[in-house]
Design a protein around this ligand. Sequence first.
Ligand SMILES: CC/C=C\C/C=C\C/C=C\C/C=C/C(=O)SCCNC(=O)CCNC(=O)[C@H](O)C(C)(C)COP(=O)(O)OP(=O)(O)OC[C@H]1O[C@@H](n2cnc3c(N)ncnc32)[C@H](O)[C@@H]1OP(=O)(O)O
Length: 282
Amino acid sequence: MIRSALSYPSKKNLVLQCLRRMSSLVSTSVSEVHPGVAHVTMHSPPVNSLSLSFCQELSQNLQVIHKDKSIDIILLQSDIPGIFSAGLDIKEFTQPKERLMEFWTAFQQLYIDLYGASQTTIACMEGSAPAAGCMLALSCDYRVMTSNTKAKIGLNESLLGIAAPPWLAQQMMDTVGSRVAELSLWRGTLYAPEQALAIGLVDELHENPRERALELAVAEFQKIPRQARAASKTLTRQKRLKHFHQERQADLEHFVNFITQDAVQTQLRGYLQQLAAKKNKK
Ligand SMILES: CC/C=C\C/C=C\C/C=C\C/C=C/C(=O)SCCNC(=O)CCNC(=O)[C@H](O)C(C)(C)COP(=O)(O)OP(=O)(O)OC[C@H]1O[C@@H](n2cnc3c(N)ncnc32)[C@H](O)[C@@H]1OP(=O)(O)O
């Protein structure tokens, strides 16, 4: 579905037109909302879970925006009320080996495309962001979260019987510090907005994260020279990305070996049943 939120009469932009054509196929849309500022909107009901095709599409859109020199700020948001992203699509974990490899490769690529974006990126979270949903937010440069206490954010992988990959754990450590990250990871803590703000997992709370993110983009971030923002990002992220590329193949093998263990598969099936039972009780 295409969101034609091109509310600003910008110059003809072939790249964005191309993105809109691609976006009509599946679950992300791209629109320029202000000169230089693009919304990337996730809309894969019911919960924006990251399936193989969703990861690939989001990556593709980001790659096209990266090449578009007219865009210097990306606002990542969801149009599903109460949800930013439910994280990886758990059903993908139960697929055959070939598919698992393709899936994890696409997830790794999404990390590279978002964490490694040269543009400034802002996560506008109007709802929950567990696990890989939190990864999307951690990969952005700035996080604005709803103040609605129903929303939760964090790395809850341990509650599914799995663990975050090292590069995601590292993002958490870089953001909230080693000790808080360590506790959060083994407890699988999902934080309410005020708690997330207190530990530095998000940067701001706002009743309307989209409005606030656009205001920040235009009134604050665009005033900082673009090349300086990009160079500052390189300072803090280049080393992590280089390491990631060196470890990428090992990370893939480790994921497949880990996730295909019988004990892990049993835990995951149990977790899916819990989700279904919770829904039936509603
Ligand atoms: C050493 C390590 C080596 C390798 C690494 C190994 C593994 C990889 C590890 C980590 C990377 C990241 C992992 C993940 O991201 S796993 C996903 C974690 N996510 C969750 O736990 C979220 C679960 N969902 C929820 O808590 C709620 O759904 C949510 C709060 C998001 C929304 O609640 P709401 O009440 O609005 O909706 P529901 O009724 O619960 O759900 C609707 C519908 O959607 C299905 N659903 C929800 N989440 C997922 C999901 N992540 N994947 C697939 N499907 C999901 C849910 O079952 C309902 O389905 P249906 O009954 O069919 O309508």
